[in-house]
Design a protein around this ligand. Sequence first.
Ligand code: TEU
Ligand code: CA
Length: 558
Amino acid sequence: MQRKWWHGKTAYQVYPKSFCDSNGDGIGDLQGVISKLDYLQELGVEIVWLSPVYRSPLVDQGYDISDYYDIDPRFGSMADMDELIAKAREHGISIVMDLVVNHCSDEHEWFSKACEDPDGPFGQFFYIRDWHEGEALPCNWRSYFGGSCWELLPGHTDKIYFHAFHKKQPDLNWENPALRHEIYNMINWWLNKGLGGFRIDAIINIKKLLPFRDFPADRDDGLCAIQKMLAEAEGVKDFLREMERETFRRYDAFTVGEVFNEKEEDLPLIIGDGGFFSSMFDFSERMIGVNRHGWHLWRLPTAEEYKQAAFRTQARAANIGFYSNIIENHDEPRGVSHYLPQGERSDAAKKLLGGLNFLLRGLPFLYQGQEIGMENRTDWRLEEFDDISTLDEYKVALRAGYTEEQALAVVSHFSRDNARTPFQWSSEEGAGFTSGKPWLPLNPNYREVNLAAQRGQPDSVYEFYRSLIALRRSADYAETLVYGETVPWLEEQKNLMAYLRRGEKTLLVAGNFQGEGQSMSLPAPTRKVLLNNLDALSQSGELLHLAPWQLIVFEMDM
Ligand code: TEU
Ligand code: CA
């Protein structure tokens, strides 16, 4: 495997709107991020992925871009962006932006021009089709946010356009080389400004199955999940190779793809040496229990399922490249609320979950607030939700016969807003996030769960994450943790997630993923305890006795 500048680094996702508000309008902003660079450096992260801050109507919180060359005034100015890139570099941090190019906003000038002249050049930047009332639509695919993927073209009654996501997010027509080159020029413009790279949004969707055609309906709305077409669409690799050649490769940029539904055989092309991307997120744990019919049928993962998913991904990538390992992001419930059972979300369990994920082979990607053990809100009221996906899934649950109370309980767990409540810096009014009214209500537990209460406390979740990052960067263990292979240990032992990291040295990561103690045999004598999420350690000969939710990392004598 070719060695790359980003291999030994820990990455961190900032959701700017909820990170830090510098001017009291209740909306996080770039100056707020700048004010926290010392914090991020102290934590030890060296790559920061910013969710979108481009000009946008924020219908999908910035994943609907109306100007790729400008910063939305609610987040600040281009001068602020340039300042962030420069000051981050002074802190040893590379800034990675979100590349959202499967679609733009319907308020982008390209789309306005397409509406003015659907048959002109900008009409070709989108999927626009003739259509007359009563006619069948070109296909029955369901948008990720519910309803048909087709919408009337504004100002027209006989033309429709395609949107895989919200109707205010028209899909860009990647079959059109003129569009693709507009995108590549934009990417290079940003890389020339000194970005370290990009996280690449929803990119597998850029290749549609053409000509559009129906698939059997999978719900009573007569529509089918858009993933059905992804399984059959061929040719996305050509677009990805062209983009990589025309942009990323020229800058040795770090790129991480948000890739769902990839074909197994394509993995070497996607993240292998010379691949389309440097890395891609491991979503295998997140996909446990997912049900296409809606969140209301989504089942929560067990510890065993989590372990199997993680080890499967490790085996898949072993001789190919690096996944980016996460327990959560801005689209998901908080990891500790999703993977740890109700009532078991102690600091020890939060450290266990975080450590087991962090120490796997690949790039650790923390999501803001994960490092202090932020959790789902448990007191959502329906009118408080902002997320369009949540509001759609609430209706899906009602249509499935759930009561309003049941539907609210479902979306309260899975809502993307759980990850978007403001960062909890302190227990003061506004949690240190804002001096104004936050755009999304705080999780009321900010009085107990916040950075100020944890910083400098040796047993805190925050200090444990700092230790994890420091271990991965340490002179003694970096080589092993970055490049060593992952070898599961006692995989059959229930709720034990233990694995070796074998490289220059051999480390054993031993996690008791349950609320009862259990013993495990050791593969060899232990040389040194590197991390322990509890004070006690009980070992008799080659038997290790793990307390509930205990995680221990040893250097082994092997
Ligand atoms: O997510 C792509 C994606 O697959 C998700 O939309 C997922 O299906 C959805 O979150 C389920 O609720 C990316 C971004 O991460 C997401 O925030 C955007 O909404 C989406 O693309 C559109 O840009
Ligand atoms: Ca602000």
